[in-house]
Design a protein around this ligand. Structure first.
Ligand code: MN
Length: 742
């Protein structure tokens, strides 16, 4: 068990002027409130906060953190209160202890929604003060070190949670010794049986492997005699976790795993790393594709080293890492090297603190976007991407390097430069070649983005981008756009109701009338009210009754005994064909987006009617669609719409034809259609019966008025039993049989 004196000694070793009184006070208080409590192991509970505080000294943490480490379980597990902690130890210590208590209360559940929420909280705590997360990590480390005492189900759950959450956080903070120890214990706990197997096997060959590594080291040392600078060479045993992972991911057995050991060479300067790499390559042949230069391109957690794998003596693979002392410090301590750095200040170049802040940008990213991403699944996904994934390094045409999560696309790159560039991005050039937006970036790509000022984002782009930044930017653009058309639609719906009463729209649909109504209904602006109406969340009748005098409203009620059919008849009776803008037009209103109903798929020329649907805008149905009668629930929903087409637009109709099953009949039918001058875009057949055959032919028509003439032509063919228009295919698309290879 750690004694209090051990902690004091450790702190004084790196900070002579540390406030030992504060730490002592925290110790005495913690001992008092935890007294009598025991851990599951039967040890006094105090041993846990002591161990946590001692681990914190290994990261050279400040006195405040160490005091908080000693006190971290007091609010949660004892009778002490936040007020008391604040009075005794001050605001800062309370802030840390409080943060830890809150994280401790998070219940980790397997349900995704819950899990997303927990990550959110974790990230939030992380952002406010990184020390909270470091203390939490160390707390978890000690709990993992003593996990064996717990009952198996709890053990497994905690181990799994450690792998899912704490290991990636340790990884991202760059504190690799904690990461390794956590994943090692967690993996051993979860894969107990495999662990014992691997351990047995490894111990059998232990001497042999040690002898091998020593032999390699001896050769290297001999060769480096002329190097002239001191270097440290150390053997590096691979962990169970990495062996296990390798066996799983490469699907090989333990016997096939020869490169269980690696060698690390720590040297003085960056230049030495490259020189040493050259020397090693002059002794043994490097394995292709295994040289990794994390010095020139550091990982997001600041990790720097040079890696290579060579074919060593007896043909075994040996992995080498080269790094300077400072790189080693960062490799082991990551963000905590921040504090460790004081030891280096005199001898090494400065600027590391700034670098640290810059490098931990992902924390800021997560924060910026975490409140914008509402769908928990998506949040988790982007969280995983930020936490787990490797990066690719790509370059701007000017040679500036950009770091993006692996899997990022050209469009992500565009958004990483500037939101506007993302919005207007239509494609890219990678290493001089044109690529689509969805092009997945590869290390070293030089990416040039092509923009067009008239281009704007759409829903489909959300499937292309991987980064949370790009997703949130696209989403907020779409939201704004939808909002605008929603407001427009809402305004038109109100205007239409006013027109239906034969009143002047301008007298009623204006701020002075609508704003009081909006505010009375809890909306801050008229726009918000109109938006709610446009989205079908607020009934227009509520508004009409407030802005229109009661006697006129009587008329509405009179006419309110309505029938959907009558209404449809009324709104579709005026026949005006107009040719102008694309698509379908709502009478008297430009620029509102409408959709064609999937149930009846009207084509131009059909009599149509609009249905204002709750939350989905205007859906255009065929006037004789049965569905609309079933779903319309108030007269206001039925709205007049009309076709409004450019001359050369083309629509697809599907005709189902029943024919006598005999050779040549398909050709006759398609010929008849072609002779009429129409294009066939799809043909589907069912010839299973020997008597009758069915065909479904998709024909491109400018509008539905042409259809009867086609159907008549088809019906006049001998052998055709019937031909009718249908709304969707019932037959599947048959592929031509493939040849037997060539
Ligand atoms: Mn604890």
């Amino acid at each position: 068990m750690i004694r209090f004196e051990d902690i004091v000694d450790a702190v004084l070793a790196y900070n002579e002027s540390a406030d030992i009184d504060l730490i002592k006070k925290a110790y005495v208080y913690s001992a008092k409130v935890h007294s009598g409590q025991l851990r599951d192991s039967g040890e006094p509970y105090l041993s846990h906060p002591l161990a946590v505080a001692h681990l914190l000294t290994k990261l050279n943490m400040d006195e405040t953190s160490i005091a908080a480490g000693l006190l971290h379980d007091t609010i949660e597990d004892t009778c002490s209160t936040p007020e008391e902690i604040k009075d005794l130890f001050g605001e800062e210590v309370l802030f840390l202890v409080d943060g830890l208590t809150k994280i401790g209360r998070i219940k980790f559940s397997s349900q995704e929604e819950q899990q997303a929420e927990n990550y959110r909280k974790m990230i939030l705590a992380l952002s406010k003060d990184i020390r909270v997360i470091i203390i939490k990590l160390v707390d978890r480390l000690h709990n993992m070190r003593t996990i064996d005492i717990l009952p198996p189900p709890r053990k497994k759950r905690i181990a799994q949670e450690t792998l899912n959450l704490y290991v990636p956080i340790a990884e991202r903070l760059g504190i690799s010794w904690i990461k390794h120890e956590l994943e090692e214990i967690a993996a051993q706990t979860i894969y107990k049986r495999e662990y014992l197997k691997v351990k047995d096997k490894l111990s059998l060959t232990k001497e042999e492997r040690e002898a091998y590594i020593n032999k390699v080291i001896a050769i290297v040392e001999e060769k480096l005699k002329g190097f002239g600078k001191p270097v440290k060479i150390e053997g590096r045993p691979k962990s169970f976790y990495s062996i296990h992972n390798k066996m799983l991911s490469q699907n090989i057995s333990l016997d096939e795993l020869y490169d269980l050991n690696g060698i690390r060479i720590i040297c003085d300067t960056e230049g030495d790393c490259y020189s040493l790499l050259g020397i090693i390559h002059s002794i043994w042949t490097p394995v292709h594709g295994k040289i990794k230069d994390y010095i020139a391109l550091p990982k997001a957690n600041m990790y720097q080293s040079l890696h290579t794998t060579v074919i060593g003596p007896e043909g075994h693979h040996v992995e080498f890492q080269f790094r300077t002392d400072q790189m080693h410090l960062i490799a082991e301590y990551g963000i905590a090297a921040h504090w460790k750095y004081k030891e280096f200040v005199e001898s090494k170049r400065s600027g590391m603190v700034d670098q640290a802040e810059e490098q931990f940008e992902w924390i800021r990213h997560m924060l910026e976007y975490q409140h914008e991403i509402k769908d928990p699944k998506e949040f988790l996904e982007s969280m995983r991407l930020e936490l787990y994934s490797d990066e690719v390094h790509v370059f701007t045409p000017k040679g500036e390097v950009k770091q993006l999560p692996k899997g990022s696309t050209a469009l992500d790159f565009a958004y990483s430069i500037h939101t506007d560039i993302g919005h207007h991005c239509v494609g890219g050039r990678v290493d001089g070649r044109m690529v689509p937006l969805k092009y997945e970036l590869q290390d070293g790509n030089v990416v040039d983005i092509i923009t067009s000022s008239s281009h704007k984002p759409n829903q489909d782009l959300l499937k292309i981008v991987k980064t949370s930044r790009a997703k949130s930017k696209i989403r907020s653009f779409l939201k704004e756009e939808q909002r605008e058309s929603g407001v427009l639609l809402g305004r038109e719906i109100v205007a239409k109701s006013i027109r239906d009463l034969r009143l002047k729209v301008d007298d009623y649909v204006k701020d002075s009338k609508l704003l009081p109504v909006a505010q009375g209904a809890g909306f801050s602006t008229t726009e918000n009210l109109l938006l709610a109406i446009g989205r079908g969340k607020f009934s227009v009748q509520n508004i009409i009754s407030k802005i229109v005098p009661a006697e006129i409203l009587e008329k509405i009620r009179e006419g309110n005994k309505w029938s959907v059919r009558e209404l449809i008849k009324k709104v579709t009776s005026k026949k005006e064909e107009r040719v102008g803008v694309e698509g379908i037009k709502i009478k008297g209103l430009d620029g509102v987006l409408v959709r064609v109903a999937k149930c009846c798929r009207p084509v131009p020329g059909d009599r149509i009617v609009g249905l204002i649907s709750r939350g989905r805008g205007i859906i255009v149905h065929s006037a004789n669609c049965q569905n609309i009668v079933d779903v319309a629930y108030e007269p206001d929903q039925i709205i007049g719409v009309e076709w409004d087409l450019p001359k050369d637009s083309v629509y697809q109709v599907i005709v189902l034809i029943k024919v006598v099953n005999r050779p040549g009949i398909l050709g006759m039918v398609t010929n008849a259609i072609a002779l009429k001058g129409f294009n066939i875009s799809d043909v589907r057949l069912d010839t299973k019966s020997s008597k009758d055959a069915y065909m479904e032919i998709s024909i491109d028509v400018p509008d539905s008025t042409k259809l009867p003439e086609i159907v008549t032509a088809i019906k006049s063919i001998k052998g055709v039993k019937s031909a009718v228009r249908i709304n969707k295919h019932s037959l599947s698309n048959q592929k031509e049989p493939q040849g037997d290879g060539d």
